[in-house]
Design a protein around this ligand. Structure first.
Ligand code: C2E
Ligand code: CA
Ligand code: CA
Length: 334
């Protein structure tokens, strides 16, 4: 903790601090790199005590974990946000124990034929007092606090068991399940999933694993090994939110996916945005050259569909075709 009696921006002091924190520590032939996050709080010590100042700095430091900036300032709303997040984490743990999650399925359409060839499993959580909590809120949080591993296992069990019950209604279509890049960093992730499928009598060929791009994947040999093992067992791998991540090309090289999904970000204003048109067309061409399937996400208009189809995009998903629906509705549609 640094306590500074000055009113200027703390940036200059922190700049001096950074090289010290970044120093490698040598301990018995081992090298350690420190992870750190920096939070800054300021106040008038005539009106607030040091303890409170320290707590504010800690909240800011916690927020800094998720920031790309070297340091984060304390902001008033951090306290309430932090409070909500702690509450969500506690409720999520409970919900995982009680299996309070269910899933919906959004059909994936082959653009050239209009047929459904697959469906994406999307997790849903309805909380008694909070109502619907969006996966866009709770998944990143689960990743942050390490609950994601249990959550992924829960989804896998639920989906595989459902597939087992409805095998003959699925007509040889595949189901896509979202997994976190962090799952791939677990030592025995691939063998666990392979065993699980065996247990439920489900062929890995009927499963696509969608992995959201993050820097984590490309940095780790473990992730690459897990991906290779899953692929050789027959699972298809898909890189989700392609182009919105950190190191797309590296991920193609290291994970050798069967599919990339073009992020909704690029599709949403396709009709009017020439830059996104170029990006989409190039991404599709790139995957055609590499013999990788492309799926475009978030297709909402016929114009978007026509453009994507004319560039050779293989399949698509979005409200234009179907919103995510209950598993029963999905079977009906199939
Ligand atoms: P995602 O994998 O990119 O999933 C697509 C999201 O876009 C879904 O949001 C879907 O409902 C929404 N969507 C689909 N078509 C359209 C469209 O035409 N327009 C618009 N505006 N949105 C569309 P959802 O269900 O809220 O999921 C958000 C994210 O949460 C997912 O993004 C995925 O990253 C994550 N997620 C969901 N379920 C799971 C899960 O079981 N495991 C993991 N690890 N992540 C999950
Ligand atoms: Ca996905
Ligand atoms: Ca996506």
């Amino acid at each position: 903790m640094f306590l500074c009696y000055q009113v200027d921006s703390p940036g200059a002091i922190i700049e001096h601090l950074e090289p010290v924190l970044n120093q490698t520590i040598h301990l018995r032939q081992l090298e350690f790199q420190q992870l750190f996050s920096i939070g800054v709080a300021s106040g008038d010590l005539n009106t607030m005590d040091v303890t409170m100042l320290y707590q504010h700095a800690q909240l800011a430091a916690r927020a800094n974990w998720r920031s790309t900036h070297l340091w984060s300032p304390y902001q008033q709303d951090l306290q309430s946000r932090q409070h909500r997040q702690l509450m969500l984490v506690a409720e999520m743990s409970k919900a995982i124990r009680n299996h309070d999650f269910h899933f919906e399925i959004q059909p994936k359409i082959v653009l050239s034929t209009g047929q459904i060839n697959s469906g994406e499993v999307l997790l849903r959580w309805h909380h008694a007092t909070l109502g619907w909590v969006s996966p866009a809120d709770f998944i990143p949080l689960a990743e942050h606090v390490g609950l994601i591993y249990q959550l992924t296992q829960l989804v896998l069990h639920q989906v595989l068991s459902w597939m087992q019950q409805h095998a003959n209604q699925l007509h040889g279509t595949t189901l896509a399940i979202n997994i976190s890049a962090r799952d791939l960093l677990q030592q025995n992730f691939a063998t666990g999933v392979i065993e699980l499928c065996k247990g439920y009598g489900i062929s890995p060929r009927s499963i696509v694993l969608e992995i959201t791009e993050t820097s984590v994947v490309s940095d780790s040999g473990l992730a690459v090994d897990n991906a290779a093992l899953l692929r050789s067992a027959g699972f298809s791998l898909s890189i989700d939110d392609f182009g919105a991540g950190y190191s797309s090309m590296q991920n193609i090289h290291r994970l050798r996916p069967d599919e990339i999904k073009i992020d909704r970000l690029f599709v949403s204003d396709l009709d009017s945005n020439p830059t996104n048109q170029t990006l989409c067309r190039s991404l599709i061409q790139l995957s055609l050259d590499l013999h990788i399937h492309t799926t475009a996400e978030g297709i909402e208009t016929e114009e978007q569909l026509n453009l994507l189809a004319s560039w050779g995009c293989h399949s698509g998903q979005g409200y234009f075709f179907h919103r995510p629906m209950s598993p029963d509705e999905y079977l009906g549609l199939l």
